[in-house]
Design a protein around this ligand. Sequence first.
Ligand code: 5GP
Length: 212
Amino acid sequence: MRKGLLYVVSGPSGAGKTTVMEKVLQWEGENLVFSVSYTTRKPRLTETNGIQYNFIDRGQFDQLIAQGDFLEYAEVHGNYYGTSRSFVCPRLEKGQDVLLDIDVQGALNVRKAMPEAVLIFLAPPSLRELATRLRKRATEKKEEVRKRLDDSKWEMSHIRDFQYLIVNRSIDLAARELEAIIEAYRCLVTSREEEIRSFEEEMDDFIIESEE
Ligand code: 5GP
């Protein structure tokens, strides 16, 4: 059976990753599953435990580190975030494609652990625009916005480490580009070994009958 593909989307906070990914996840239905990370960040008013994140405290996070349950984890903007190995790996084994929304350090660590992962960077049109979006969003306090903007410079300096770049000028276009990358990757010859083998088996047995 074909193993699932792992798509990793990273980019600065406020670039629009969540909105773009939500659209694509809706289009994809059961073909693509979102990996719900663990975080020590406090939930926002709009967030529900188990949907956007599994919200845990620092002690529980340390326990998961000790148990080796993180495929990767990182301190991001002053909080801890980690990808659950026991969520992602069994799904990939079963042939399910998985989507991660993680920061740049996390993406680079995932690539070390799984070099076949597809790394996609979602950038804002400019840092100025990013600052406007983060301030408008108003989900973080002033100093947190400043920290996120400060970190975004470091994140943007790593674009060349990724395979794909999407510039989020419009949610619709960015979502279509992400969908195109996902589809194109599924069509790679190296992703279709199972179908190629089935052609080969058929070719072995196929006898071209004369029409006379
Ligand atoms: P937010 O607090 O805005 O939800 O997320 C902050 C940053 O943490 C975002 O860049 C997001 O992609 C990243 N993030 C979310 N989950 C994970 C994770 O499991 N691992 C890592 N390394 N980063 C994560």
